[in-house]
Design a protein around this ligand. Structure first.
Ligand SMILES: C[S@@+](CC[C@H](N)C(=O)[O-])C[C@H]1O[C@@H](n2cnc3c(N)ncnc32)[C@H](O)[C@@H]1O
Length: 250
């Protein structure tokens, strides 16, 4: 049984286009190879479920950085950590990726779930993430994504309500991270990315126009554009780096 399955499903706990929730997070974390006892930044921690998961299942200390505390109050993140018995290992903070309040080389890993699509196009944010990673430190991202950068006609109506123009191919995100000096380890679409988009939207009864437009776009898309992707990148400077690095030529 996946470790993720020990956690009760919580539709409020994982947002955006990542309906497979903690299973995708677990898969990404396993690939990242976190050092037990290491210090991890959960960037865009939201309600704190991933921070709790990392603290509990990977024996790491986690800084849960949240840029929208009005949506995700720090007290709620801490309460979730307390409920799971890891409040001594989860530290919620308000922080924006463009100016991270941490010293250079602070973290063994940065993990960002359903959040990096807001940040990848911002060179300052990418540089900040690279700055706070230790030499050899690893960045893992899982976010809603697109097969090609251009938004197709059937998705355009969604843009009146939602920023799906931020969904980009993993290679696009990887190129931004490479531009910030990171070595790219992996950039790929999840096999079940679109099927999860579809299953979730097909089961929804939208209560407003935005929901109806999004549902229609997802069903019409058929996986031609919409996706979910993961990217892993590594800070350079550690010769013991055990992960193979692929050259980023995008
Ligand atoms: C859809 S929520 C995802 C929350 C959580 N990771 C999850 O999966 O439930 C999007 C997240 O993006 C983060 N975010 C947006 N802009 C940000 C910024 N400038 N710096 C850091 N995080 C940002 C917000 O803090 C928010 O938690």
């Amino acid at each position: 049984m996946a470790r993720a399955d020990r956690y009760s499903p919580d539709p409020e706990a994982l947002w955006g286009g990542c309906p497979e929730g903690l299973r995708w997070a677990e898969d990404l974390l396993d690939r990242m190879g976190l050092p037990p006892g290491g210090l991890v930044l959960d960037l865009g921690a939201g309600p704190g479920l991933t921070a709790v998961f990392i603290a509990k299942e990977y024996a790491c200390r986690v800084v849960a950085a949240e840029a929208w505390p009005q949506h995700f109050p720090l007290e709620a993140i801490l309460a979730r950590a307390r409920e799971h018995g890891v409040d001594d290992r989860v530290l919620p903070v308000v922080a924006e990726a463009q100016r991270l309040p941490f010293a250079e080389g602070s973290f063994d890993a940065v993990f960002s779930y359903c959040a990096f699509h807001y940040l990848a196009g911002d060179a300052t944010a990418c540089r900040e993430v690279a700055r706070v990673l230790k030499p050899g430190g690893v960045l893992g991202i899982c976010s809603p994504a697109a097969r090609v950068a251009e938004v197709p006609a059937h998705i355009l109506p969604v843009l009146a309500h939602d920023r799906w123009d931020l969904f980009k191919p993993p290679e696009w995100t990887a190129a931004r991270l490479a531009g910030a000096g990171l070595a790219i380890v992996l950039a790929e679409h999840l096999e079940d990315g679109y099927s999860n988009w579809r299953r979730r939207k097909a089961g929804e009864e939208p209560s407003d126009e935005a929901g109806r437009v999004a549902r229609q776009a997802v069903l019409e898309d058929g996986g031609h554009w919409l996706s979910v992707a993961r990217v892993i990148a590594r800070q350079r400077g550690d010769e013991r780096n055990p992960l193979p690095v692929v050259e980023c030529s995008w």
